[in-house]
Ligand binder design. Structure first.
Ligand SMILES: *Cc1c(COP(=O)(O)O)cnc(C)c1O
Length: 429
């Protein structure tokens, strides 16, 4: 396998792009080597500029749940393109997509579309503050909610617990109202509520997917909801990754927990830039033009993106692939564990629905601290051997692998073959 053209483009890209990427997660910093450049994709496969074909388990970090260039989505987008790309005025399809989404989430009467997950979450936080008249927000260590200043803390370092910024350029003032708790640890949330009486909301990923996959244990989500509401605060559930991915109604439906505010993104745009936040009427009526919380967007509700979203969600509803995802993820889990045993490599596999992840540790991973026990050098070797065997994984230990409904039995066979070789490579390190 040859990466010559990717190399050339990478070197060219360095001149006018930062690290030749437009999102740092696409850089290969933690696995070594240089990023691959993609030429095109179809169904479950992605093809790089050197002509190498991979089974795609990145899927644009989640959105491409139906696979690339699904017939129906492509048709809907082509049709929408004929009418124009952006109007700065309302269109019928915004109402249609809003209805599909509100019907899927029990606690959602109204929704506002934005253009990214980051925007969805920063607006959701503003809304919780507007509604409660309070300032403080609790987030969990290891959860990612986009790159807004206030939540760029607790990327896991020791600084995290001190609420120090996790990124340069974030002023201390921007995170002084951000409190950090530990995932799956209700007591750590209680402690904050005992100390502060001005907490507006608690935000979390209902199934964490940005520290590897970490699943809520026991009744964590239900107990959290009860606690948060008993203190007059709101539960903000960031389903940017899990919405329409873990199942149609998101993780909330799966765990029977109703968010006060839900943030969405990724799948709802079918590969186009869309985010959204939604809640009950009494909360959403805080938002301008009905209420005093300002939030706006030139390209919000973009007609091409709405067409892609509607066709993606309609097709998903029809396919109902969630049980199939579960079965495939289970097959992969069993295979990973058996292969690791065969080659005497320690792994922990976490999965939920179409999200799965392998940590190179024997620790049971239920929070960020435990996730960090994974040997990332082993992941780097594993990653490259998977690439060489035709499977595209995220170039980071702490990103989820995603499944698409376009995956075939042959793909699955190729993945398991690649896993065997890659775990063997790890054992030979
Ligand atoms: C991807 C993601 C975001 C950010 O969405 P962008 O579209 O990248 O801005 C926020 N929250 C979660 C849980 C995500 O997975």
């Amino acid at each position: 396998m040859d990466f010559k053209k990717s190399q050339e483009l990478y070197n060219k890209g360095l001149t006018n792009l930062v690290g030749a990427v437009n999102s740092p997660v696409r850089a290969f910093a933690s696995v070594g080597g240089n990023p691959l450049f993609v030429k095109k994709a179809k169904g479950s496969k992605i093809i790089d500029v050197d002509g190498n074909t991979y089974v795609d388990l990145v899927l644009s970090y989640g959105p491409m749940i139906l696979g690339h260039r699904h017939k129906k989505v492509q048709k809907a987008v082509s049709k929408a393109l004929k009418n124009g790309y952006s109007f700065g005025a309302s269109t019928k399809n915004e109402i249609k997509l809003a209805k599909i989404i509100c019907e899927a989430f029990s606690g959602m009467d109204k929704i506002r579309f934005v253009s990214s997950g980051t925007e969805a979450v920063l607006s959701g936080i503003r809304l919780a503050r507007a509604y409660t008249g309070r300032d403080k927000i609790i987030k969990f260590s290891g959860c990612y909610h986009g790159h807004q200043d206030a939540l760029l803390v607790a990327a896991g370092s020791g600084l995290a617990t001190l609420s120090l910024p996790g990124s340069k350029g974030v002023p201390e003032g921007a995170v002084k109202n951000t409190l950090i708790a530990n995932y799956n640890d209700l007591e750590s949330v209680k402690a904050h509520f005992e100390e502060h009486d001005d907490i507006a909301g608690v935000i979390l990923e209902p199934i964490a997917g940005n520290m590897g996959v970490v699943v809520p244990q026991n009744n964590f989500l239900k107990d959290l909801k009860k606690l948060v509401n008993s203190k007059g605060a709101l539960l903000i559930v960031d389903e940017v990754m899990t919405g329409f991915r873990s199942n149609f109604g998101g993780a909330q439906e799966k765990f029977d927990v109703e968010a006060d505010i839900t943030c969405l993104g990724k799948v709802i745009g079918g590969g186009f830039p869309v985010g959204a936040y939604g809640a009950r009427n009494e909360i959403m009526e805080m938002v301008a033009p009905l209420g005093g919380m300002y939030q706006a967007g030139t390209l919000s509700g973009n007609p091409i993106a709405m067409a892609a979203g509607i066709s993606t969600l309609s097709e998903l509803k029809k396919q109902d692939p969630y049980e199939k995802f579960n079965e495939i993820a289970k097959i992969l889990e069993v295979f990973l564990l058996e292969t690791a045993k065969k080659y005497d490599v320690k792994v922990t596999v976490n999965r939920f629905g179409s999200m799965i992840n392998t940590f190179f540790t024997d620790v049971h991973v239920t929070n960020f601290e435990e996730a960090q026990t994974s040997d990332t050098k082993k992941y780097a070797v594993f990653f490259w051997e998977m690439i060489r065997n035709g499977v595209f994984l995220p170039p980071s230990q702490f990103e989820a692998w995603f499944l698409t409904s376009a995956i075939s039995n042959k793909d699955l066979k190729n993945i398991t073959k690649a896993i065997d070789k890659s775990i063997q490579a790890v054992s030979n390190m």
